[in-house]
Design a protein around this ligand. Structure first.
Ligand code: ATP
Ligand code: MG
Ligand code: MG
Ligand code: MG
Length: 434
């Protein structure tokens, strides 16, 4: 068995950097905890304000989130596609959004003077796709198309790392139905799927009534994580439990029952759903053939999840100032193995046995953790130092080959960062534990 280079820490491309503390920077450069940790630990690197390189650990985590989202989208019949990044500006002119959101749009021209936008979202593109076909039959509806791609917004204040970027990764789904009633049904189904995604990530979230804003439409909900660096204010009524973004109504009273006893907290918007009706399909002429064989306007919904923002937000919620923490399902690696320091008694003891490699292989195969086990093979460092670094990097399980590996029976030391417990286990017990 050859341990892939990637799974040896000494070979991992993880350029760490030092980020100045808030006290040392100008006011407009204030950082968030997640931003600082992700930069310091070589998970992302800033290319320019609001634009980031995703480094191997960041990509690994993002791939896990993508897989989770793909699984849930599949369960509700979502079909994955990719819209072009460049959208013809004329489509945005037709829906009026070229004007209403112009300040956030990146606009470019090709050599023939044709105008495009770097798409910040794809309602126009999705409607245009349907409009460009011979109208599809009502029998093929509802249709749920989604993609996971980069979006571009010329944000006034890009900040907090991945939280508010000029380029960021979004999962966006577009639904098409025959009438408003079935569109509402589809809307509820997709919201339930979002609930499942957030439950699987495992961080407490709130679903609130959202503001349709520039998007328009009939109905809208937002998903938020509570956090001090959240840029949205969420109102929750103490009486009827109604919850909404204060953008819906500024007043400090419940828009549902009028009660003035409300709680306000800050939230990070991580998802947003819209029941749009005909807002885009009508001006762009996206139609279907109804059961009388006549064309009718499609009823649309749109559903966004900020994947790169979710990564930053969960780290923001879970981490301390010094140590990063991941939801286990999104952690780049689940287990890190710390072999003894070179030249130590423990190392001499296991030198010829191939113990480290066989342990690695056993954990990967028996515990179904392929690609999820890392070996900190920098054995010129003490175990103590590597253990502290492993904690800082937030690997959920740290397996240390310490003093008890020279004893009989041989025991492994395992630290569970979630429960903060350390146990000494035989190989079998270790496999069961993991
Ligand atoms: P915000 O209120 O934070 O500006 P938004 O309401 O403009 O976000 P939507 O148009 O609803 O965002 O986009 C869907 C999702 O995309 C958001 O819920 C959020 O998770 C994510 N998102 C939006 N803008 C950004 C950004 N600049 N950087 C990272 N993620 C973003
Ligand atoms: Mg915005
Ligand atoms: Mg918003
Ligand atoms: Mg929104």
């Amino acid at each position: 068995m050859v341990i892939r280079n990637l799974h040896r820490l000494s070979r991992l491309f993880q350029p760490v950097s030092v980020v100045p503390k808030n006290a040392e920077v100008k006011r407009h450069d204030i950082t968030s905890k997640s931003q600082r940790l992700m930069l310091e630990l070589g998970i992302i690197r800033q290319a320019s304000p609001g634009c980031f390189h995703f480094l191997p650990l960041g990509v690994k985590s993002l791939e896990k989130l993508t897989r989770l989202v793909d699984e849930e989208m599949k369960k509700i019949g979502g079909q994955k596609i990719i819209f072009p990044t460049l959208t013809n500006a004329k489509l945005w002119e037709k829906t009026g959004r070229l004007e209403t959101v112009s300040s956030e749009l990146f606009q470019i021209k090709d050599r023939h003077d044709q105008s495009y936008i770097l798409s910040p979202t794809h309602e126009e593109a999705a409607s245009n796709l349907l409009a460009s076909l011979a109208p599809i039959s009502y029998k093929h509806l509802p249709l749920k198309l989604y993609q996971i791609t980069s979006k571009y917004r010329d944000e006034m204040k890009p900040r907090f790392g991945l939280m508010r970027g000029k380029q960021f990764l979004m999962k966006d789904m577009y639904s098409f139905d025959t009438d408003l009633e079935t569109a509402k049904h589809t809307y509820d189904e997709i919201c339930k799927s979002y609930d499942r995604i957030f439950r699987r990530i495992g961080i407490d979230f709130v679903k609130v009534v959202g503001c349709s804003g520039h998007m328009g439409g009939e109905l809208s909900h937002e998903y938020h994580y509570k956090a001090d660096v959240g840029e949205d204010k969420i109102l929750t009524c103490n009486k009827c439990n109604y919850s909404a973004n204060t953008e819906v109504s500024g007043e400090e009273k419940c828009p549902n029952c009028g009660n003035t006893s409300v709680k306000i907290h800050l939230g990070i918007e991580v998802g947003h759903t819209f029941l749009l009706g005909e807002k885009y399909s009508k001006p762009l002429n996206a139609t279907f053939l109804n059961n009388h064989g006549k064309p009718d306007v499609l009823q649309m919904g749109s559903y966004g999840l900020g994947l790169s923002r979710i990564l930053a937000a969960v780290i923001e919620v879970m981490s301390s100032e010094q140590e990063i923490r991941w939801p286990q399902i999104l952690s780049p690696y689940s287990v890190i193995i710390l072999p003894p320091k070179s030249g130590s008694k423990e190392e001499t003891h296991i030198k010829d046995s191939g113990l480290v490699d066989s342990l690695y292989e056993k954990i990967e195969t028996t515990c179904n953790l392929q690609d999820n086990v890392l070996i900190d093979d920098r054995t010129n460092f003490t175990i103590g130092r590597r253990f502290l670094e492993a904690k800082k990097n937030g690997y959920p399980f740290i397996v240390t080959l310490g003093k008890k590996i020279v004893e009989n029976p041989l025991l492994y030391e395992i630290t569970n960062l979630k429960t903060n417990e350390t146990l000494f286990l035989s190989e079998n017990d270790l496999m069961n534990y993991l």
